[in-house]
Design a protein around this ligand. Structure first.
Ligand SMILES: Nc1ncnc2c1ncn2[C@@H]1O[C@H](COP(=O)(O)OP(=O)(O)O)[C@@H](O)[C@H]1O
Ligand SMILES: [Mg+2]
Length: 364
């Protein structure tokens, strides 16, 4: 299968919503997806993921901007001329057709010979692990199996591009994990350039080459899971991928390459090349829970706190610590160490200086 890139340039889409009035569902989206890669649109409900995907499919027309599939400008091309496979959240199988007929549907539309049709349907059903299900009807099979039929139906036409809109949200947790790795395996083995939509960060991290974080119709940041986790560009991204603590700070000194900030009783040095930070300025400083450490005794000037919650989760322990009226989440992966700390205990709280982050963008 020939794989092609997907390119969205300055895409806008406004709806007139009956309750909300004018809604900028998609507000100047730019996205380039290399051939054979899977990019996920990740963001909260209502941020414009489905609308973006539907415009790529041709189910919706952008108000402004262009969409290219490979070299071809498809912005004004009808959906059925785009050669795209689409998997919907609710499967959208034809209830009165057998599994075989559901999968064969797109091939019949294309006028493919009965022999070739049989060969390709059987091949795809084998790929998704549904050989033997040909004569069954959708209501006779489980949700997970129905979703695999939907996937088979989308890819049997050998689309240049595969689009999936929250394809796993109707499945239970265990099946979701299994099915997502099946989707990833097929996407990679068939070299299908794909856009995957979800609001689930773990799913996005597990399945994607790159993730585009969306909020309020805009793409806030695009990157690999690692890039987004370790180098978020905004508070919004830092909070959407993983968890992060926010602490009030006051700038004491600002240099070209670093700033000194005071957080409660302690002064920290943060490397930054951001301009315009001034002494006495108040700001929030951020740190992920795994980069905060407890100690039995606070060193001089070190932060002090009281453990208000301790949750043992096997491979990790999660503490909530009250630091001068501020709640801090701390994650420890050291079982022996964390056994030493108990509820209501007074502790020292050490922030790993290297891991302190500041953001100029809120992302919303
Ligand atoms: N057909 C429509 N008519 C009016 N408003 C719509 C329509 N489709 C989507 N919207 C609005 O556009 C925004 C983005 O929706 P959507 O793309 O479905 O978000 P997501 O898939 O990220 O949950 C929402 O505010 C939604 O209410
Ligand atoms: Mg949606």
């Amino acid at each position: 299968m020939e794989a092609i890139g997907i390119h969205l340039n300055n895409i806008h889409k406004t709806f007139l919503h009956r309750v909300k009035g004018e809604v900028k569902a998609v507000n100047n989206v730019n996205l380039n997806i290399e051939h054979a890669k899977l990019v996920t649109l990740l963001g909260p409900s209502g941020c414009g993921k489905t609308t973006t995907l539907r415009m790529v499919a041709g189910f919706e027309q952008p108000d402004k901007g262009t969409i290219f599939l490979g070299e071809e400008n498809v912005t004004n091309l009808l959906a059925n001329k785009r050669n795209i496979g689409f998997v919907f959240q609710n499967y959208a199988l034809f209830p009165h057709l057998s599994i075989y007929e559901n999968v064969a549907y797109g091939l019949k539309v294309q006028g493919i010979s009965p022999q070739e049709e049989k060969k390709r349907v059987n091949e795809i059903l084998a790929m998704v692990g549904l050989t033997g299900y040909e004569a069954q009807f959708p209501h006779q099979i489980s949700g997970g199996e129905q979703q695999r039929v939907a996937l088979a139906r989308a890819i049997v036409i050998r689309p240049k591009v595969l689009l999936l809109d929250e394809p796993l949200s109707n499945l239970d947790a265990k099946l979701r994990v299994h099915t997502r790795s099946e989707i990833r395996r097929l996407q990679q083995s068939l070299n299908m350039t794909s856009i995957y939509v979800t609001h689930d960060q773990e799913e996005a991290m597990a399945i994607s080459d790159r993730i585009a974080i969306m909020n309020k119709g805009k793409i806030i940041q695009v990157g690999s899971a690692e890039e987004l986790y370790f180098q978020p560009n905004s508070e919004f991204v830092a909070k959407f991928i993983g968890r992060i603590n926010s602490l009030p700070a006051e700038v004491q000194e600002a240099d070209d390459s670093f700033i000194l900030v005071k957080i409660f009783s302690h002064t920290y040095k943060i490397s930054t090349t951001l301009d315009g930070i001034k002494p006495q300025q108040k700001m929030n400083v951020f740190i992920r829970p795994e980069f905060v450490q407890l100690s039995k005794q606070a060193e001089e000037n070190e932060l002090k706190g009281i453990i208000t919650e301790k949750v043992f989760l096997g491979e990790k322990v999660e503490f909530t610590v009250d630091v001068y009226g501020h709640t801090l989440n701390i994650t420890s992966y050291n079982a022996v160490e964390s056994a030493k700390y108990l509820l209501n205990q007074e502790v020292g709280v050490c922030l790993a200086e290297k891991e302190l982050k500041i953001f100029t963008e809120k992302g919303d």
